[in-house]
Design a protein. Structure first.
Length: 131
């Protein structure tokens, strides 16, 4: 049996959608409680949001489900960082704070995007074996 090819467009679109969904989930917490509440909520929210998106990216596939989920998370990490770097280059924008971007909290959040996507892909692959 031939290995499933990597569906890059699917990974790209769902990765961006996952990052938008995470923003929609956590922005109210940031508005209500500021950075302290956001720091508490971001890790569990990341994992909770990314698992179903990992499942979504891998569900129609016949192989490489976990890989697709992890790649979807990686696209989301790249998308988030591209937005940060792009926003900081706008006229009048504050300088990019690299200590914040590379803080353990943000690195953990990005790692959880990969883990959540991988778990979703794994769940999709388990559903195919059970069927």
């Amino acid at each position: 049996m031939q290995a499933e090819r990597i569906r890059w467009l699917r990974i790209l679109l769902i990765g961006i959608a996952a990052e938008v969904a995470l923003s929609i989930v956590v922005i109210p917490f940031a508005l209500l409680g500021g950075q302290k509440l956001l720091d508490i909520v971001i890790e569990p929210a990341t994992l909770i949001v990314y698992v179903p998106f990992g499942l979504w990216v891998a569900r129609p596939l016949h192989g490489r489900c976990v890989l697709h989920g992890i790649l979807m998370g990686a696209v989301a990490v790249l998308f988030y960082n591209a937005l940060n770097f792009g926003a900081s280059s706008l006229p009048g924008a504050p300088a990019l704070d690299l200590t914040k971007i590379f803080s353990p909290l943000y690195l953990l959040s990005h790692a959880l995007k990969l883990v959540g996507g991988g778990i979703g892909g794994w769940l999709a692959s388990r559903g195919k074996r059970a069927a």
